[in-house]
Ligand binder design. Structure first.
Ligand code: PRP
Length: 203
């Protein structure tokens, strides 16, 4: 049995489309059900941010997750394939009228991604105060909660509609197929067989 963790959220639809092409129209999660079995595969419907945990712990053998989430978790997993979907950037956003001021003794940054943020500003030798939020990040600079944000930019619409602009891009992200290191030894054939099917579809 190969356990596959699939993401909810922004990359869910495109990911499910790939798996539907491989497994046929039977490939459907019932209403609120979080697992689905098809032949030798068990699919798990997992929150995007939790996928590295499921795969690292071996609760899932493989999974699909955004590179930004992987970096944030610093997850010890194998990166098998860039699925080239769910493309976005992790960016620093500031108000349209502002400049990112590195001369400040401390920059206040609101973000869902504290580790990516801390690592990036460490390379700039700049002190940051990180304000951890769980969503609607673009609101923070508008109401004076932070000087800047670090967040996902896909179309740029959310920043634009809230009077923000990109000051710097930190990294590119897209969905990746990942594997638990031990599973890749024990279930190598099954994993590679699925890997090749996905690879053929996207390349
Ligand atoms: C993400 C991200 C931005 C927005 C970017 O939020 O945090 O807010 O999407 O997309 P855009 O550049 O296409 O506008 P999400 O929709 O995941 O909701 P959240 O604010 O609840 O995290």
């Amino acid at each position: 049995m190969l356990k596959v963790a699939l993401p909810k959220g922004r990359i869910a639809e495109d990911t499910l489309e790939i798996f539907t092409k491989i497994f046929g129209n039977e490939f459907k999660f019932e209403d609120r059900k979080l697992t689905m079995t098809q032949g030798n595969f068990e699919f798990l419907m997992v929150r995007n941010q939790d996928i590295p945990t499921y795969v690292t712990e071996g609760a899932a053998d493989i999974g699909v997750v955004g590179l930004d989430v992987l970096e944030e978790h610093n997850a010890d997993v194998l990166r098998l394939l860039d699925l080239k979907l769910g493309k976005c950037k992790v960016c620093i956003g500031i108000k349209n009228e502002d400049k990112l001021d590195y001369s400040k003794p401390e920059i206040k940054i609101a973000t869902k991604m504290p580790n990516i943020t801390r690592n990036y500003f460490a390379t700039k030798a700049t002190a940051v105060k990180i304000i951890k939020l769980y969503g609607s990040i673009e609101l923070a600079p508008i109401v004076g909660l932070s000087d800047a944000i670090v967040d996902i930019v896909e179309t740029g619409t959310t920043m634009k509609q809230n009077g923000l602009k990109v000051a710097e891009a930190i990294m590119d992200s897209s969905a990746h197929l990942i594997a638990n290191k031990n599973s890749f030894i024990v279930k190598r054939e099954e994993i590679l067989s699925l890997y090749h099917k996905i690879n053929d579809l996207i390349n």
